[in-house]
Design a protein around this ligand. Structure first.
Ligand SMILES: [Zn+2]
Length: 128
C-alpha cells in the first residue's frame, strides 16, 4: 500500500482502521476539536485521490526543474565571464608591460566609457 496522504484540511497524519461494517477506512488522526475531518470516514482509495494537490505538485516539480536549469545556466555564464575577465586582465598586463603610456590611455578611455554608461543608466533608474 502506498503511503497515506496527510489530512487535506489540517495536514495531520491519517489513521486507518476497520469500521463496524468490516471495511478498512481512513480519517484524520486529530481529534474532533482540532479537525472536523476526523468525524468522517473515507475509503482508503478516496482518501488518496487529490487531483488539485497532484496538479500543483506536478507544477511545483516543473518549476523546481526550471529553476535548477536556470541556476546551472547562470553558473555557466559566471564561469564564462570569469574566464573572459582573466583573459582581459592578462592582455592588459601584457599591454602595461609593453607600453605603459598606451595602457594608461586605455584605462582613461575605459573609465570615461564606464562613466558614460552610468550616466545612461541614471534616467532609467529614476523612472522606476
Ligand atoms: Zn485533519
Amino acid at each position: 500500500m502506498q503511503e497515506l496522504k496527510k489530512c487535506p484540511l489540517c495536514n495531520s497524519d491519517a489513521s486507518v482502521f476497520t469500521n463496524k461494517y468490516g471495511q478498512e477506512v481512513v480519517t484524520c488522526s486529530e481529534n474532533l476539536h482540532e479537525c472536523p475531518i476526523s468525524l468522517v470516514q473515507f475509503a482508503v482509495l478516496s482518501w488518496q485521490i487529490r487531483p488539485i494537490e497532484d496538479a500543483l505538485q506536478t507544477k511545483l516539480d516543473q518549476l523546481r526543474a526550471d529553476n535548477q536549469a536556470l541556476v546551472e545556466q547562470m553558473n555557466e555564464n559566471a564561469k564564462t565571464m570569469q574566464r573572459f575577465l582573466e583573459v582581459q586582465k592578462a592582455a592588459f598586463l601584457r599591454l602595461l608591460e609593453w607600453n605603459p603610456g598606451i595602457a594608461q590611455d586605455f584605462v582613461v578611455l575605459l573609465t570615461l566609457d564606464i562613466e558614460k554608461g552610468n550616466s545612461h543608466e541614471k534616467p532609467d533608474s529614476k523612472s522606476n
